[in-house]
Write a protein that binds this ligand. Structure first.
Ligand SMILES: Cc1ncc(COP(=O)(O)O)c(C=O)c1O
Length: 372
């Protein structure tokens, strides 16, 4: 990105040389990102990548832009990222029927519910769009999207997947998934914050959410950003090169964190442990502990973790993902999550487990009476 900034890149829609150079950077990035997601980039049936400001915007574009062109309900899993859940809540407030697919105790979306909704679609209660994330951002649990896509295809229903957590963590193959649209973002793979994209299967129509420009076929207008696009490309290329060995490294660190914590701390619970999971995510709970007190204490020790959902003015809602899994309240109240990367070191992991071992008994002892 630093090199690109030195290149005097102009507006990629400008006709002069600086503009044409910027256009080449944007289109090269678009092509590389599509290829590294195993989308089709050659021939008459090429898939399309619309750059957006990130995963949130791409999910909004998918939910509103794909459903707007057909009548019927929107179906999503109960464990989607808020950018999907709140989009469908807004669509519902405008009169669009919405259905939430339940998940089982292992965090996997229940496809029997999808099947019965699709059968009702066949009998005249239409579905406009199904959206199921490829892996959950809290538990890392992989979702049966390929199977859902096969079912949707049989009934002629559009399907979108949010693959934000999957890109650069395990193999991501847009063509084999056979979905109609897929969300990706750069900042989960050490790329720049502020760029993501929606990949659309060849021939899939999307209604724009923004207006006032011809860029990206008018589907997502606004001047494109060559430096961010180039940064996204670079991040995708590095994250998907030697993917298997990178994933192994991440999984090694995640498993070490899980096992060391278990060894040193009594009574912890790992959400989604029995399901196939992404290699970098650990959703771990300490019953009897208040998750925000734990997060604060870890933060003071220089260790970053997250609680269920974004925290506002010191109070956070409990995780809708753990709630949807019907886990005991004590588990939900004490649940935090860690993400490791290829850059995480063994000593960072060991120090984290040791710090947890010091903190948990104290926090259990001092827990507010409302939790007892
Ligand atoms: C599964 C999932 N979808 C969407 C998003 C939103 O992406 P962005 O931060 O690029 O808007 C995130 C970010 O945390 C995520 O984890």
């Amino acid at each position: 990105m630093h090199d690109l900034m030195q290149m005097r890149l102009a507006n990629p829609s400008s006709q002069h040389a600086d503009g044409r150079r910027a256009r080449r950077v944007v289109e090269q990035a678009r092509d590389a990102i599509l290829r590294h997601c195993s989308a089709r980039t050659v021939g008459m049936e090429s898939d399309q990548l619309l750059f957006t400001s990130g995963g949130t915007e791409a999910n909004n574009l998918a939910i509103f832009g794909l459903s707007q062109l057909q009548p019927g309900a929107i179906v999503v899993s109960a464990i989607e990222h808020p950018s999907v859940l709140e989009s469908v809540t807004h669509a519902a407030s405008q009169g669009r029927p919405v259905h939430f697919l339940p998940v089982d105790q292992n965090g996997v979306t229940c496809l029997e519910s999808l099947q019965s909704l699709l059968e009702r679609h066949h009998q005249g209660t239409p579905i406009a769009l199904v959206s199921i994330m490829l892996a959950n951002n809290e538990t890392g649990v992989l979702q049966p999207v390929q199977e859902a896509a096969r079912m949707c295809r049989r009934f002629g229903v559009l399907i979108h997947t949010d693959a934000v957590q999957v890109l650069g963590k395990i193999e991501l193959d847009f063509a084999s998934l056979d979905v109609d649209a897929m969300t990706v973002t750069a900042h989960k793979i050490h790329g720049p914050v502020g760029i993501g994209g929606l990949i659309l299967r060849h021939g899939i129509q999307v209604a724009p959410r923004f207006f006032g420009g011809f860029q990206q076929l008018g589907l997502r207008p606004g001047t494109e950003m060559p430096v961010l696009a180039g940064g996204f490309e670079e991040a995708v290329v590095s994250a998907t090169t030697d993917l298997e060995s990178r994933a192994k490294t991440m999984q090694g660190m995640r498993d070490l964190l899980q096992n060391e914590t278990r060894r040193l701390v009594d009574g912890c619970f790992v959400a989604g442990e029995l399901s196939p999971r992404l290699p970098h995510t650990l959703s771990i709970s300490f019953p009897g502990v208040e998750r925000q007190a734990l997060q604060l204490a870890l933060d003071m020790a220089g260790i970053a973790c997250s609680t269920g959902s974004a925290c506002a003015s010191g109070s956070s809602q409990s995780s809708h993902v753990l709630e949807a899994m019907h886990l005991p309240q004590e588990v939900i109240k004490g649940g935090i999550r860690f993400g490791v990367s290829v850059e995480t070191t063994e000593s960072e992991v060991v120090v984290t487990a040791e710090r947890l071992a010091q903190l948990i008994p104290k926090l259990r002892q001092n827990r507010p009476s409302s939790m007892a």
